[in-house]
Design a protein around this ligand. Sequence first.
Ligand code: PMP
Length: 388
Amino acid sequence: MKISTRFQNLPNREGDPWKIYLRAKELEAAGEPVINLSVGDHDAPTPQFILDEAARSARMGNTGYAALTGTGALRAAIAERATVSTGAPVSTDEIAVVPGGQFALFTALSAVLNPGDGALLIEPYYATYPITVRAALGAPVLVPSLPDRGFQPDLEALDAAAPSATALVLNSPNNPTGAIYSRDTLEGIAEIALRRDLWVISDEVYDSQVWEGTHLSIRSLPGMAERVMVVGSLSKSHRMTGSRLGWLIAPKPVMSLCWEFLVSTTYGVPGFLQDAALRALNQGAETERDVFDTYKRRRDLAVRAFEGTNRVKLAPPQGAMYVMLDIRQTGLSGDDFAERLLDQHRIAVMPGEGFGSAGAGHVRVALTVEDTALSSAFESIRAFADVI
Ligand code: PMP
């Protein structure tokens, strides 16, 4: 029996970005204590008042097929939030509620790519991007952003690669680098998108984790709203990773075809989780502040821990719940560093190469354990780097 080329093409040829994470999980399953700083999942559960609302809604009988693109009330709450966060008016009929930001990415790419069309990805990229582009039958076109430029995209390189692409995926605040794209950068990208007639898919799932400066959405720049799709989510802002609650904001011509796409794929997000999401948006200000304070504090802790170190360098991230450690001075690749750190210290971090070759010589640390354990992990990482 044959398997489609689409499926066969999905795996990354460069290797498995989740290798260390999976090894860490195996060690944990075998009873070994591991400090897991690999994936971006919170160390605290979804807040009780959100879970209570999910349970209340389900017990009241909201267990049937749900509003396919999201209830009117939830889309209205998202529209209100997104109008503020993207800096341009968003109406309820430009929103589809989908199972997580990840599915919003797949929806957006599926909406604009024909088989073989290029999608520009800025390296280091969020690890699912190349797979998601291939799942949508497109071809990733990689454009590096380099550590020595603070991981800001290289506009000339983007422009040079643009003729082979239909879409450009942006992610600011950025996972894994923590970079926030400056106004100049975003204006330059907007100019390229307009001149080269590109769709822009702006992944803004970290828009509430800004440590320096402010979040600026490319959607707010002149002439961009009609060619920008925004990916949003409650995963990071409200500790709701497991609820799979995200959304896509897209111009009406895309939205008018979303119903068919969603009915043929997810069949919607469970109604009781949509109610829980509405509660999170309406009454979650304190939760959001707590999430913000937690990661900001840990980010500052990381910056202090690696101040003045020679073999591990940390350029203070401007946003998002990660830090990228530059370990080039150790002479090891990110892969080898991460493997040996897990072997010798039982600390799991993501090799930078998993985010594309521009991440080489780096490892990404997710700030996802409590402060004391995090500090002692940083000490171990420093000591480990000094002896290799
Ligand atoms: N985009 C980025 C940049 C991410 O880091 C993540 C999750 N780690 C997602 C999208 C997907 O988030 P979710 O599907 O949980 O909303």
